[in-house]
Design a protein around this ligand. Structure first.
Ligand SMILES: NC(=O)c1ccc[n+]([C@@H]2O[C@H](COP(=O)([O-])OP(=O)(O)OC[C@H]3O[C@@H](n4cnc5c(N)ncnc54)[C@H](O)[C@@H]3O)[C@@H](O)[C@H]2O)c1
Length: 383
């Protein structure tokens, strides 16, 4: 992976200094409500936002090795310059393989060594892996300390940094240990996205397509009309996409923080997607698996007369435009996909819940989708 940009210098986006693209989204959760700030160059404003949070020990900035090199050291220098003399940087090896209890224990022991107490503030600087580890660690360190999220991948900015799901993986499966813990603040600096490889940008876009499909026809239309600016991370459209994604996630999470029912709508495309990801032994990227899952479950929606063929074609068109796959590769066996579907931790009473679409922008949850329907959708997609 090529890492060239430094903190606050991220080519066209930061240099443009277009303040009017700064956006704000509130996550309304009573006393645990918080703001998501979105815009280019926001990381430079971190000290000011930290001051608004009041007194704390630290901050302890936790990052992975890549985000650490890209922005972590510069952030620590900035914080020190601006009066946060006790700030510390902790880092772990980048990658999903670090999302485990060993990393949590090792970071916790470092925190103890650095004098982190119950009044500490943890800053999660990085992608979804960093956010999930830090949120989990913050929720259990000394029975819980505050944390904020500074997401640096597209996926983390549009999805994982918002909503309070935290966790780590076990050898038996992903995200099997975790908590619900909301951050105090999210600062999404869209300027840092420009160092992401195309694959990571597509992972984020797959989630944005999901938000359009489940809740927002206008957002979906923007993906169709403005694709060139979107893949080029033009600041105005990027800020809009991050804002709308966060607004939709905030609206869903505020109604169903702990996934009692309604929050399941966010799993559109993910039920089959996760099964494909697991069946591929995680060689298929998350965004690609979600794209395949969205195509398959939309095909089921078409078969049930919920979604028109024309709207289904629009979904395929958008996914293909962003180079996201719409068919499950031949190498992924149907049986493995079905096995993994049944093992999904979201299965309730032996029933797999599928989020189907009733036209672009509207959904219905179905717990009666048969194995034959899923198999047919997989086979049809393979042509
Ligand atoms: N908590 C939630 O609600 C939620 C939702 C979706 C996904 N997730 C979790 O998120 C994780 C995936 O997140 P991810 O895709 O961000 O993965 P990631 O955190 O591993 O980041 C992907 C890669 O990009 C690098 N990176 C980070 N910022 C960069 C930048 N600005 N420029 C260049 N490279 C950069 C990282 O070091 C890493 O190598 C999974 O573990 C998944 O389970 C959680």
């Amino acid at each position: 992976m090529e890492h060239t940009a430094g903190f606050g210098k991220c080519n066209k986006v930061c240099e443009s200094e277009i303040e009017h693209v700064w956006e704000r989204v509130r996550v309304p959760l009573g006393q645990r409500s918080y703001d998501i700030r979105i815009g280019p160059g926001l990381l430079l404003e971190t000290p000011a936002y930290l001051r608004e949070l009041g007194e704390f020990t630290g901050p302890f900035v936790i990052t992975d090795t890549n985000a650490g090199d890209l922005v972590g050291h510069d952030l620590i220098s900035l914080l020190k310059q601006q009066g946060f003399g006790h700030t510390q940087l902790l880092s772990f090896e980048a990658g999903e393989q670090s999302k485990n209890m060993d990393t949590v224990v090792s970071l916790s022991r470092s925190l103890v060594g650095l004098g982190a107490d119950r009044n500490s503030l943890i800053v999660a600087l990085g992608g979804g892996v960093t956010g999930d580890i830090c949120g989990f660690l913050a929720s259990i360190y000394m029975r819980g300390v505050d944390f904020i999220q500074l997401p640096t991948t597209y996926l983390a900015q549009v999805d994982s940094s918002v909503g309070g799901k935290t966790g780590v993986d076990l050898p038996e499966g992903k995200n099997l240990l975790g908590t619900f813990a909301q951050p105090r603040l999210v600062l999404a600096d869209i300027g840092v996205l420009c160092t992401l490889p195309g694959q990571e940008i597509r992972n984020g876009i797959a989630e944005i397509v999901k938000y359009g499909m489940i809740k927002d026809r206008e957002l979906f239309q923007r993906l169709e009309d403005d694709w060139w600016n979107i893949i080029n991370l033009e600041p105005g459209v990027t800020a809009y996409l991050v804002r709308r994604s966060c607004e939709i996630k905030a609206e869903v999470v505020s109604k169903d923080e702990r996934e009692g029912g309604y929050r399941r709508v966010l799993n559109f495309g993910h039920t089959i997607g996760h099964a494909v990801e697991a069946a591929s032994m995680y060689t298929i990227a998350h965004g690609e698996a979600v794209a395949m899952g969205m195509a398959a479950v939309s095909k089921i929606s078409v078969s049930r007369g919920l979604l028109s063929g024309a709207e289904f074609d629009r979904l395929l068109g958008v996914l293909e435009r962003f180079e996201l796959p719409v068919t499950i590769p031949e190498g992924i066996g149907e049986e493995e996909v079905m096995e993994n579907l049944k093992r999904d931790k979201k299965v309730r009473d032996g029933r797999v819940h599928f989020v189907l679409v009733k036209g672009i922008g509207d959904t219905v949850i179905a717990d009666d989708v048969t194995e034959e329907e899923v198999l047919k959708a997989i086979r049809d997609s393979r042509g």
